[in-house]
Design a protein around this ligand. Structure first.
Ligand code: BES
Ligand code: ZN
Length: 742
């Protein structure tokens, strides 16, 4: 990483020289103008008293003249920065630049205060999250890699921009409020592409996401696949746009999606665009950069870059979005923070113009993709298959866009998307799919496919449809949309099922020997409710089935029947999730309880469970825990069929999904109490520091904690606000927002 960075720094350096009147032959003793931090300038002056002249300093940054020799020294001593200084073509430019930076700072602060980020678009956001398709992202990345190189001087780079614009045009066909354009630049021949969705109510207020479409490989620019850097970002923002269009989202504010030219040679495309917006006083409410989204190289899913090139209020808003939408469930993702400490991507162009910018990144800086800027930045380097990691960033992009642009109230969907998808009557070649009736729907369109294959469509005027001609022992995915009078809804999120195999698995026998005192009277699991008196020790109820969805929690209620008086009964339920004919794999015992009356509780189907039709065994034994096989003295066993609607990820690629919580819990949240309970679930090392901050980054309270589980006093914090709690212990840092209620 260090190497790559210094190479990049030199490329930036040399490019800047190319722009100037300087000759290529630069002597070590030649002088040039630059801006540099005042601290660095003074240090350097001490070491090279005759080679550094400080002309003017504003707000910790100085306009200087120095030798290439001194600059070299600065550059080599910088560990976490880019070159360490910014080249300026004249003294005048250098002085102007530091003054502008100061003016920007105050105008930026004013702008930041003017924006009030809120979260109130749950219906739209949740609809959008279900529509994100990781395979669409994979496709776009592969297409971009196919250009061979997208280095800005190559015609293939320009072609990739022209083609992405064409793809966007196709997606937007029929929408007169959506337009696309190519933006031509003076600092490169490669154009950038922009897609605009015109806002209905506040068309002059902009919400923008972007990434760079160019790539680089300093050792051979004709082979720069740039799969992660940054085909992944372009694919991520393209998917966000595709979803907005699929759900027919009409924003109040104008939304723009940007694919920049020539980022790798000094943020040229974004630099020109951001400057142009600033000169024209375009009101940009927020900017989010997507550069490298598909390489999961660290513990958490998303790392927000929180160095001086991003904006704290917007970073905090991103964290609140993730707390609100991604804390649990199918769209769960975890986050942390990291830093570049130099203007490492296009967000810096927007930040430099005084706009609020944020940059959610694929990993911690040190854990990020090590193959970028080489011929090995190919698709298959990603640790998670099928662009699952990038899909999380598409979801975050949608949360950002929808919550900052806000839905046009006039288009609240009245033709609702169907929900509650399930499957039943599964055989080797057929299945019945069903769903809950959706308001406004006169009929439904159903589409199904072998997971990852092409869709087959059919229709139904009721809330179920039987599908035939299916392939044996195969995962299927299906979606349903409502057809209303004059309009139709978006497709629902997918549900899955698996057709039966020709070689059904068989199970060990199990039964109670004696049912003269007690038996299983009622089994209620989710929507299954079966009452029977004694079945003689065993009942094959596999003709009765219940549909369960991965990640969901189901209630259980188990009632014994007694002949004379009641006894203590031990209950167990197993589900053969992996369908291998036993109940002994980890997690297959889903319930255990002891009671002399009804035993009740719940269990959760693992979120990574695959689609399968399989066996559920319910066993009740007098006074002792039953095993899943064999017979026992007193009690009874009943077998049922369960159909698991597996996680889509498991169905699509078969890959394991990685789910980590942020490892820190705040309870209650929102808090209406004087204290909150803070639990550090991992990473606590002997002691740690807890900091409570306002959402604009001001620290209010700091406290050292010696235990991973503590009560934190919040009585002094004004009520009715959101706060950020930061926990730090060694190199572990966790951040989470909480609300103190009125
Ligand atoms: N995608 C990288 C930035 C990056 C790399 C961020 C690794 C975090 C971790 C970007 O395309 C890039 O290479 N930027 C240059 C600087 C830019 C001004 C040319 C860099 O990081 O050296
Ligand atoms: Zn990049």
């Amino acid at each position: 990483m260090k190497n790559r960075k210094s190479i990049m720094a030199w490329i930036v350096f040399l490019c800047l020289f190319n722009y100037s009147a300087w000759s290529q032959e630069v002597s070590k003793q030649d002088y040039f103008y630059a801006t540099v931090t005042t601290e660095d300038a003074r240090d350097l002056q001490k070491q090279y008293p005759n080679e550094v002249i400080i002309y003017e300093s504003v707000d910790g940054v100085s306009a200087v003249k120095m030798t290439v020799n001194a600059a070299d020294h600065l550059h080599h001593n910088v560990l976490t920065h880019g070159p360490g200084y910014v080249y300026m073509s004249s003294l005048d430019k250098a002085v102007q630049s530091i003054k502008k930076a100061q003016a920007n700072k105050s105008s930026k602060q004013a702008k930041q205060l003017a924006v009030n980020y809120t979260i109130d678009q749950d219906t739209y956001v949740n609809q959008s999250l279900n529509l994100v398709d990781n395979l669409e992202i994979e496709n776009t990345i592969q297409t971009l890699v196919g250009y061979g190189t997208r280095y800005h001087t190559y015609s293939s780079a320009t072609q990739s921009v022209v083609d992405i614009k064409a793809k966007w045009d196709n997606m937007a066909a029929g929408r007169s409020d959506i337009s696309t354009r190519l933006v031509y630049h003076s600092s490169t021949n490669m154009p950038s592409a922009v897609l605009t969705i015109q806002g209905t109510t506040y068309p002059d207020e902009y919400v923008i996401i972007g990434g760079h479409i160019d790539s680089t490989n300093p050792s051979n620019n004709s082979n720069a696949p740039g799969a992660d850097d940054d085909a992944s970002g372009i694919a991520t923002i393209t998917e966000a746009a595709r979803v907005l269009i699929e759900m027919d989202f009409r924003p109040q504010r104008t939304i723009e999606i940007m694919a920049y030219a020539a980022e790798e040679v000094g943020l040229r495309g974004s630099g020109e665009i951001a400057q142009d917006y600033s000169i024209n006083n375009v009101n940009v409410i927020g900017y989010a950069q997507f550069d490298m989204t598909n390489y999961k190289g660290s513990t958490y899913d998303v790392y927000l870059i929180n160095d001086q090139y991003t904006t704290p209020v917007l970073n905090n808003f991103m964290m609140q979005l993730m707390d609100h939408y991604n804390a649990s469930g199918t769209h769960q993702l975890s986050y942390s923070t990291t830093q570049c400490n130099y203007g490492c991507s296009d967000h810096a162009s927007w930040e430099a113009e005084g706009y609020n910018a944020t940059f959610p990144f694929e990993a911690s800086f040190s854990g990020s993709n090590p193959y970028i800027h080489t011929s090995s930045d190919t698709y298959n380097q990603a640790p998670l298959a099928n662009s699952v990691h990038a899909a999380k960033f598409a979801k975050l992009a949608l949360e950002f866009l929808i919550e900052t642009a806000k839905a046009d109230g006039g288009t609240t969907p009245t033709c609702n998307v169907p929900s509650g998808l399930s499957s039943s009557n599964i055989t080797t070649s057929s299945a019945t799919v069903s769903w809950s009736s959706a308001s406004g729907a006169a009929s439904y369109d159903i589409r199904y496919r072998i997971a990852g294959g092409s869709w087959v469509s059919t229709t139904s005027s009721s809330t179920s449809k039987s599908l035939s001609g299916l392939t044996v022992d195969t995962n299927y995915e299906f979606q349903v949309k409502s057809i209303c009078s004059g309009q139709e809804s978006a497709y629902s999120s997918s549900a899955t099922f698996r057709t039966l195999s020709n070689n059904p698995v068989s199970y060990c026998a199990s039964s109670g020997n004696d049912v003269s005192y007690e038996w299983i009277e009622n089994v209620t699991v989710g929507s299954l409710n079966n009452t029977s008196s004694s079945d003689g020790g065993y009942a094959d109820n596999t003709g009765q089935s219940v549909s369960l969805t991965a990640g969901n929690t189901y209630s259980v209620s188990l009632t014994p029947g007694f002949m004379y008086s009641s006894y203590s009964e031990v209950w167990r339920i197993w589900i053969d999730y992996n369908h291998d004919g036993d109940f002994t794999d980890p997690g297959e015992q889903v319930y255990s309880g002891t009671s002399s009356s009804t035993s009740s509780g719940s269990f959760t189907v693992p979120s990574g469970a695959s689609s399968v039709t399989t066996r559920m065994r319910v066993s009740m034994r007098y006074n002792n825990a039953p095993s899943s096989c064999g017979s026992f003295d007193y009690g009874e066993v009943e077998d049922y069929t369960v159909t698991i609607n597996g996680s889509l990820l498991a169905a699509k690629g078969g890959e394991k999904t990685v789910r980590e919580a942020a490892g820190m819990k705040i309870f209650p949240n929102p808090a209406n109490t004087e204290t909150i309970a803070l639990t550090i679930e991992d990473g606590f090392q002997d002691e740690g520091v807890v900091r409570i901050m306002t959402i604009d980054g001001k620290t209010l309270e700091t406290k050292t904690i010696m235990e991973p589980r503590v009560e934190v006093d919040i009585s002094r914090l004004p009520a009715g606000h959101t706060y950020i709690l930061v926990f730090e212990s060694g190199d572990v840092k966790k951040t989470q927002s909480f609300i103190k209620q009125q």
